[in-house]
Design a protein around this ligand. Structure first.
Ligand code: HAX
Length: 432
């Protein structure tokens, strides 16, 4: 057990609970928003209806983790980010090392999990393998055991933290093992308990990395994808499942199932497919005019441009910019990076001309897959697993904070189309 993280949270928990209690007792009935019918039907877009302490996405700026812009902490380790997500503070060196050690101690994946994965069809999707591998370990849940043994509601978060550390400790070994089983028919590489989370993950993937640049990319990747406030499909799913007091194994597995959708985490896989198809169709270094026409044809034939647009962001995703800076720093000369940069000049203009997408700018997926590809990870069905390993940090931190705050089971009110029509009529009548 990372006693330091638990100790810090034991100090912070009463302060957060008091803050929540005061807000509810003073303003519990204060309305904060009107909701339009198009929002009810449109995936609750823009409805401020969720509590999320770990991060927020400012439409005109991008991700902030615990109110720190991602651009200021992109050089940190995933351990530091997880500590920050959970506590709202960056860890001291001692705290950081205790968390690193706690994750390393838990990095061994039990044999029965590998047996489950080996029993799957050869062409199982790596995301299905990841989700299943996590779920297979559910019977080890400390949270479920604590609940069954009658732990008080106020104490449950401690067992939940224990599960989160188990899940995070193991997920890198599991994901790297899936990469090797699925694509090379090779055995998983055992974790090196002396390494940090990202270095171990990079090492267990087994790709050649003579310069250490791939390890640096993996570390950055794990930091940048860790959290994106509470309303995205994976975080919201994880939170919803955990709100029923289903344990973190269920919640994380469910959240990652949502990440596996092409409009969400699978977009990086789709994005790379799009880039490679474009290169195949047009050859390297197409002219701007040729590329613009190609993009236009792509959109007008009913496809989306993967890696562009966002439900919340209205500017270039800073995580895209950070990845571009990584490519510049390491002088990556590759036709994919050239195409990513050329598309960045062209796609926003085309999307604006097309006139549908509310945000014509690139999101993180517009480049992330290209970097993995250049460093030798060519199996783009695996890219969402990379994303999932990172997003596990955010999902775990979010459900942990919710359990500390003791928020109740999720239960928004749903409405039928007929009820909405009636509500619309009575609102219109009251205004005339
Ligand atoms: N290319 C073409 N059309 C696009 C588009 C794109 N990149 N982005 C949005 N549009 C279209 C939508 O399909 C929609 O068309 P319809 O009205 O015909 O359905 C219209 O523009 C309005 O959409 P929006 O309000 O701007 O966007 P949404 O909030 O509905 O959806 C998405 C946001 C990210 C799903 C969307 O922009 C998209 O499909 N982008 C491509 C896929 C992608 O990059 N997904 C990853 C997003 C980041 C993420 O979650 N990563 O995990």
């Amino acid at each position: 057990m990372s006693t330091l993280l638990r100790q810090r949270l034991e100090t912070l928990a009463p302060q957060w609970q008091q803050q929540l209690h005061t807000l509810l007792s003073q303003h519990g009935n204060t309305p904060i928003a009107d909701i339009r019918i198009e929002q009810v039907i449109g995936g609750m877009r823009g409805v401020p209806a969720l509590l999320c302490e770990t991060s927020l996405v400012i439409p005109t700026e991008g991700l902030r983790i615990r109110n720190i812009p991602i651009t200021e902490i992109a050089d940190r380790t995933p351990e530091a980010i997880f500590w920050l997500l959970c506590t709202g503070e960056l860890p001291t060196a001692e705290e950081h090392d205790s968390l690193r050690q706690a994750l390393a101690e838990r990095a061994t994946v039990p044999e029965y999990v590998w047996n489950v994965l080996h029993a799957l069809p050869r062409d199982a999707h790596p995301m299905a393998m990841l989700s299943l591998g996590l779920l297979a370990m559910e019977q080890e849940s400390a949270f479920r055991r604590a609940f069954e043994e009658g732990a008080s509601r106020g104490e449950l978060w401690k067992a939940l933290l224990e599960d989160c550390l188990t899940l995070l400790g193991r997920i890198t070994t599991l994901a790297a093992g899936i990469y090797r089983i699925r694509f090379s028919n090779a055995d998983p590489i055992l974790p090196d308990l002396g390494l940090d989370w990202a270095s171990n993950f990079a090492r267990m993937l087994g790709l050649p990395d003579p310069t250490g640049q791939f390890r640096d990319l993996v570390r950055l990747y794990l930091v940048l994808h860790s959290d994106h406030e509470g309303g995205n499909v994976s975080a919201l799913t994880g939170y919803t499942v955990a709100s029923a007091l289903s344990d973190p194994f269920y919640a994380l597995s469910a959240g990652l199932n949502g990440l596996a959708g092409p409009l969400h985490g699978l977009a990086n896989q789709e994005c790379l497919r799009f880039l490679l198809q474009t290169l195949e169709a047009l050859g390297p270094q197409p002219s701007d005019d040729v590329l613009e026409q190609y993009v236009w044809n792509w959109i007008t034939s009913g496809h989306v441009i993967p890696g562009y647009g966002h439900a919340v962001l209205r500017v270039t995703d800073p995580r895209f910019t950070i990845f571009r800076q990584f490519a510049e720093r390491y002088h990556l000369q590759h036709e994919l990076i050239a195409l990513v940069n050329q598309l960045f000049q062209i796609v926003p203009r085309v999307l604006q001309r097309h006139g549908k997408a509310k945000n014509p700018w690139p999101n993180v997926d517009a480049i992330s897959g290209s970097l993995l590809y250049i460093y030798g990870m060519r199996e783009f069905e695996f890219y969402t697993v990379m994303f999932g390993v990172s997003r596990a940090l955010g999902i775990c931190a979010q459900i942990l904070v919710h359990r500390i705050l003791g928020t109740p089971i999720m239960r928004p009110k749903s409405l039928t189309l007929q009820e909405l029509e009636q509500m619309a009529r009575s609102t219109v009548a009251s205004h005339t």
